[in-house]
Unconditional design. Structure first.
Length: 281
Protein backbone atom coordinates (compact mmCIF):
# COMPACT_ATOMS: atom_id res chain seq x y z
CA UNK A 1 0.00 0.00 0.00
CA UNK A 2 2.78 2.37 0.95
CA UNK A 3 4.42 1.77 -2.41
CA UNK A 4 1.23 2.72 -4.26
CA UNK A 5 0.73 5.75 -2.03
CA UNK A 6 4.33 6.81 -2.58
CA UNK A 7 3.91 6.41 -6.33
CA UNK A 8 0.74 8.53 -6.30
CA UNK A 9 2.49 11.13 -4.16
CA UNK A 10 5.50 11.20 -6.50
CA UNK A 11 3.27 11.48 -9.57
CA UNK A 12 1.38 14.34 -7.97
CA UNK A 13 4.61 16.15 -7.13
CA UNK A 14 5.86 15.67 -10.70
CA UNK A 15 2.62 17.11 -12.08
CA UNK A 16 2.77 20.09 -9.73
CA UNK A 17 6.40 20.67 -10.68
CA UNK A 18 5.53 20.44 -14.37
CA UNK A 19 2.65 22.89 -13.93
CA UNK A 20 4.96 25.31 -12.13
CA UNK A 21 7.57 24.94 -14.89
CA UNK A 22 4.94 25.48 -17.60
CA UNK A 23 3.62 28.55 -15.80
CA UNK A 24 7.15 29.89 -15.45
CA UNK A 25 7.87 29.30 -19.14
CA UNK A 26 4.59 30.98 -20.10
CA UNK A 27 5.43 34.00 -17.95
CA UNK A 28 8.91 34.23 -19.47
CA UNK A 29 7.46 34.02 -22.97
CA UNK A 30 4.90 36.72 -22.10
CA UNK A 31 7.65 39.01 -20.77
CA UNK A 32 9.77 38.40 -23.88
CA UNK A 33 6.88 39.26 -26.21
CA UNK A 34 6.11 42.46 -24.29
CA UNK A 35 9.80 43.39 -24.50
CA UNK A 36 9.99 42.73 -28.25
CA UNK A 37 6.78 44.67 -28.97
CA UNK A 38 8.12 47.60 -26.95
CA UNK A 39 11.28 47.63 -29.09
CA UNK A 40 9.77 47.56 -32.58
CA UNK A 41 11.84 49.80 -34.89
CA UNK A 42 14.67 49.70 -32.35
CA UNK A 43 17.97 47.81 -32.17
CA UNK A 44 18.26 45.28 -29.35
CA UNK A 45 20.68 42.47 -28.50
CA UNK A 46 19.45 38.97 -29.34
CA UNK A 47 20.99 35.54 -29.84
CA UNK A 48 21.41 34.50 -33.51
CA UNK A 49 19.78 31.18 -32.59
CA UNK A 50 16.50 33.09 -32.02
CA UNK A 51 16.44 34.38 -35.62
CA UNK A 52 15.12 32.11 -38.35
CA UNK A 53 16.28 32.12 -41.98
CA UNK A 54 13.70 32.10 -44.76
CA UNK A 55 13.96 32.56 -48.52
CA UNK A 56 16.34 35.31 -49.56
CA UNK A 57 16.42 37.32 -52.80
CA UNK A 58 19.02 34.75 -53.82
CA UNK A 59 17.70 31.21 -53.73
CA UNK A 60 20.41 29.69 -51.49
CA UNK A 61 23.55 30.57 -49.60
CA UNK A 62 26.68 28.46 -50.03
CA UNK A 63 28.28 28.16 -46.58
CA UNK A 64 31.61 27.22 -48.17
CA UNK A 65 31.73 30.10 -50.66
CA UNK A 66 34.67 32.55 -50.61
CA UNK A 67 32.16 35.29 -49.71
CA UNK A 68 31.09 33.51 -46.49
CA UNK A 69 34.69 32.60 -45.61
CA UNK A 70 35.72 36.24 -46.01
CA UNK A 71 32.77 37.32 -43.87
CA UNK A 72 33.76 34.81 -41.17
CA UNK A 73 37.27 36.27 -41.10
CA UNK A 74 35.86 39.79 -40.79
CA UNK A 75 33.52 38.83 -37.93
CA UNK A 76 36.35 37.07 -36.10
CA UNK A 77 38.58 40.11 -36.45
CA UNK A 78 36.19 43.04 -36.06
CA UNK A 79 32.94 41.56 -34.78
CA UNK A 80 29.57 42.15 -36.46
CA UNK A 81 29.88 45.55 -38.18
CA UNK A 82 26.17 45.96 -39.04
CA UNK A 83 23.03 44.83 -37.27
CA UNK A 84 20.64 42.16 -38.54
CA UNK A 85 17.08 43.18 -39.47
CA UNK A 86 14.41 40.74 -38.22
CA UNK A 87 10.63 40.72 -38.52
CA UNK A 88 8.65 40.01 -35.34
CA UNK A 89 5.76 37.65 -36.12
CA UNK A 90 3.05 36.90 -33.54
CA UNK A 91 0.01 34.59 -33.71
CA UNK A 92 -3.41 36.07 -32.90
CA UNK A 93 -3.33 34.90 -29.28
CA UNK A 94 0.28 36.17 -28.91
CA UNK A 95 1.36 33.12 -26.91
CA UNK A 96 4.56 32.69 -28.94
CA UNK A 97 6.74 34.62 -31.39
CA UNK A 98 9.12 34.24 -34.30
CA UNK A 99 11.98 36.46 -35.41
CA UNK A 100 12.46 36.08 -39.17
CA UNK A 101 15.63 37.38 -40.83
CA UNK A 102 14.85 40.10 -43.38
CA UNK A 103 18.36 41.44 -43.98
CA UNK A 104 21.63 39.86 -42.93
CA UNK A 105 21.20 36.27 -44.12
CA UNK A 106 24.89 35.87 -44.90
CA UNK A 107 25.97 37.36 -41.60
CA UNK A 108 23.74 34.86 -39.79
CA UNK A 109 25.16 32.05 -41.93
CA UNK A 110 28.69 33.15 -41.05
CA UNK A 111 27.83 33.31 -37.32
CA UNK A 112 26.43 29.77 -37.52
CA UNK A 113 29.56 28.57 -39.30
CA UNK A 114 31.69 30.19 -36.56
CA UNK A 115 29.64 28.56 -33.78
CA UNK A 116 28.53 31.93 -32.41
CA UNK A 117 24.78 31.27 -32.35
CA UNK A 118 24.50 31.76 -28.57
CA UNK A 119 26.30 35.12 -28.48
CA UNK A 120 24.23 38.31 -28.41
CA UNK A 121 24.25 40.45 -31.56
CA UNK A 122 22.54 43.75 -32.52
CA UNK A 123 19.22 43.27 -34.29
CA UNK A 124 16.70 45.81 -35.60
CA UNK A 125 13.16 44.59 -34.80
CA UNK A 126 10.52 45.32 -37.47
CA UNK A 127 6.90 44.43 -38.17
CA UNK A 128 5.20 44.50 -41.57
CA UNK A 129 1.47 44.42 -42.23
CA UNK A 130 -0.04 43.51 -45.59
CA UNK A 131 0.18 47.10 -46.77
CA UNK A 132 3.91 47.27 -46.13
CA UNK A 133 5.20 44.00 -47.56
CA UNK A 134 7.09 46.06 -50.14
CA UNK A 135 9.06 47.68 -47.33
CA UNK A 136 10.15 44.24 -46.15
CA UNK A 137 11.27 43.20 -49.62
CA UNK A 138 12.99 46.55 -50.00
CA UNK A 139 14.97 46.03 -46.80
CA UNK A 140 16.24 42.65 -48.00
CA UNK A 141 16.93 43.80 -51.55
CA UNK A 142 18.60 47.01 -50.42
CA UNK A 143 20.87 44.96 -48.17
CA UNK A 144 21.92 42.77 -51.07
CA UNK A 145 22.30 45.66 -53.51
CA UNK A 146 24.54 47.60 -51.18
CA UNK A 147 26.68 44.77 -49.83
CA UNK A 148 26.49 41.60 -51.87
CA UNK A 149 26.72 42.53 -55.54
CA UNK A 150 23.60 40.98 -56.99
CA UNK A 151 23.56 40.33 -60.73
CA UNK A 152 21.43 42.54 -62.95
CA UNK A 153 18.73 39.87 -63.34
CA UNK A 154 18.39 39.45 -59.56
CA UNK A 155 18.14 43.23 -59.17
CA UNK A 156 15.55 43.39 -61.95
CA UNK A 157 13.44 40.64 -60.39
CA UNK A 158 13.67 42.41 -57.04
CA UNK A 159 12.46 45.67 -58.59
CA UNK A 160 9.52 43.86 -60.18
CA UNK A 161 8.61 42.29 -56.84
CA UNK A 162 8.70 45.71 -55.21
CA UNK A 163 6.41 47.10 -57.92
CA UNK A 164 4.04 44.19 -57.36
CA UNK A 165 3.96 45.21 -53.69
CA UNK A 166 2.97 48.79 -54.37
CA UNK A 167 6.25 50.60 -55.07
CA UNK A 168 6.18 53.15 -57.87
CA UNK A 169 9.01 53.75 -60.31
CA UNK A 170 9.72 56.99 -58.45
CA UNK A 171 9.99 55.03 -55.18
CA UNK A 172 12.62 52.78 -56.77
CA UNK A 173 14.57 55.73 -58.16
CA UNK A 174 14.63 57.46 -54.78
CA UNK A 175 15.31 54.41 -52.61
CA UNK A 176 18.11 52.93 -54.71
CA UNK A 177 19.47 56.25 -55.99
CA UNK A 178 19.38 55.28 -59.67
CA UNK A 179 18.37 57.47 -62.58
CA UNK A 180 15.08 57.01 -64.41
CA UNK A 181 16.64 55.41 -67.49
CA UNK A 182 18.53 52.73 -65.54
CA UNK A 183 15.50 51.94 -63.38
CA UNK A 184 13.35 51.55 -66.50
CA UNK A 185 15.94 49.18 -68.00
CA UNK A 186 15.88 46.98 -64.89
CA UNK A 187 12.09 46.84 -65.01
CA UNK A 188 12.19 45.94 -68.70
CA UNK A 189 14.76 43.24 -68.02
CA UNK A 190 12.50 41.76 -65.34
CA UNK A 191 9.76 41.16 -67.92
CA UNK A 192 11.94 39.10 -70.28
CA UNK A 193 11.30 35.34 -70.59
CA UNK A 194 13.08 33.09 -68.08
CA UNK A 195 15.29 31.47 -70.73
CA UNK A 196 16.66 34.89 -71.72
CA UNK A 197 17.34 35.81 -68.10
CA UNK A 198 19.02 32.43 -67.58
CA UNK A 199 21.38 33.24 -70.46
CA UNK A 200 22.46 36.40 -68.63
CA UNK A 201 22.92 34.56 -65.33
CA UNK A 202 24.92 31.75 -66.94
CA UNK A 203 27.16 34.09 -68.95
CA UNK A 204 27.54 37.07 -66.62
CA UNK A 205 31.20 37.42 -67.64
CA UNK A 206 30.18 38.35 -71.21
CA UNK A 207 26.63 39.56 -70.69
CA UNK A 208 27.50 42.21 -68.13
CA UNK A 209 25.02 44.85 -67.00
CA UNK A 210 26.65 47.38 -69.33
CA UNK A 211 26.44 45.02 -72.32
CA UNK A 212 22.84 44.00 -71.58
CA UNK A 213 21.62 47.58 -71.15
CA UNK A 214 23.71 49.51 -73.69
CA UNK A 215 24.24 46.96 -76.45
CA UNK A 216 21.28 44.60 -76.29
CA UNK A 217 18.20 46.19 -74.69
CA UNK A 218 18.96 49.57 -76.27
CA UNK A 219 19.08 48.10 -79.79
CA UNK A 220 16.44 45.37 -79.69
CA UNK A 221 12.75 45.59 -78.91
CA UNK A 222 11.18 42.12 -78.87
CA UNK A 223 12.20 39.18 -76.65
CA UNK A 224 13.04 37.22 -79.81
CA UNK A 225 15.41 39.91 -81.07
CA UNK A 226 16.98 40.22 -77.61
CA UNK A 227 17.51 36.45 -77.43
CA UNK A 228 19.20 36.41 -80.86
CA UNK A 229 21.41 39.39 -79.97
CA UNK A 230 22.58 37.68 -76.79
CA UNK A 231 23.40 34.46 -78.60
CA UNK A 232 25.35 36.38 -81.25
CA UNK A 233 27.26 38.14 -78.49
CA UNK A 234 28.15 34.82 -76.87
CA UNK A 235 29.34 33.37 -80.20
CA UNK A 236 31.69 36.27 -80.95
CA UNK A 237 35.38 35.45 -80.70
CA UNK A 238 37.90 38.07 -79.69
CA UNK A 239 40.23 38.98 -82.56
CA UNK A 240 43.78 37.76 -82.19
CA UNK A 241 46.77 39.49 -83.73
CA UNK A 242 48.90 37.61 -86.31
CA UNK A 243 52.13 35.91 -85.08
CA UNK A 244 54.34 38.63 -86.61
CA UNK A 245 52.25 41.38 -85.10
CA UNK A 246 52.27 39.64 -81.72
CA UNK A 247 56.07 39.40 -81.80
CA UNK A 248 56.26 43.10 -82.61
CA UNK A 249 53.88 43.95 -79.75
CA UNK A 250 55.91 41.85 -77.30
CA UNK A 251 59.11 43.58 -78.40
CA UNK A 252 57.55 47.02 -77.95
CA UNK A 253 56.19 46.04 -74.55
CA UNK A 254 59.65 44.86 -73.48
CA UNK A 255 61.13 48.23 -74.45
CA UNK A 256 58.27 50.02 -72.70
CA UNK A 257 58.86 48.06 -69.48
CA UNK A 258 62.62 48.76 -69.50
CA UNK A 259 62.19 52.49 -70.06
CA UNK A 260 59.82 52.75 -67.12
CA UNK A 261 61.55 50.28 -64.80
CA UNK A 262 58.26 48.41 -64.48
CA UNK A 263 57.88 45.90 -61.65
CA UNK A 264 56.92 42.28 -62.35
CA UNK A 265 53.40 42.96 -61.09
CA UNK A 266 53.06 45.96 -63.40
CA UNK A 267 54.35 43.94 -66.36
CA UNK A 268 51.91 41.13 -65.68
CA UNK A 269 49.02 43.56 -65.32
CA UNK A 270 49.70 45.09 -68.75
CA UNK A 271 50.23 41.70 -70.41
CA UNK A 272 46.97 40.38 -68.90
CA UNK A 273 45.16 43.44 -70.26
CA UNK A 274 46.50 42.79 -73.78
CA UNK A 275 45.45 39.13 -73.52
CA UNK A 276 42.02 40.09 -72.28
CA UNK A 277 41.26 42.21 -75.35
CA UNK A 278 42.69 39.52 -77.64
CA UNK A 279 45.83 41.37 -78.76
CA UNK A 280 48.13 38.72 -77.27
CA UNK A 281 47.66 35.00 -76.88
Amino acid sequence: MSTIADAIKTTGEDLRRQLVDNKSQHEEMHKKIIYLKAHINKVIMVRPSEIKLENNVRSRIDEDSPEIKKLCESINKFGLMKNIIAELRLPKNEDSYELICIAGHRRLTALKKLGKMSEHIPCLIKTYDNEHQGDKIGAALSENLNREGLGCVDIADGYRELKNNGWSEEDLIKHFERNKKTTAQYLRLAELPDDVKDLIRDHSDKLTTRVVFNEILARNKTPGDIRKAMKRKLELKKPTASPNKQANIQEQLSTFFKERNATENEKQFVIDAFKYVGTLK
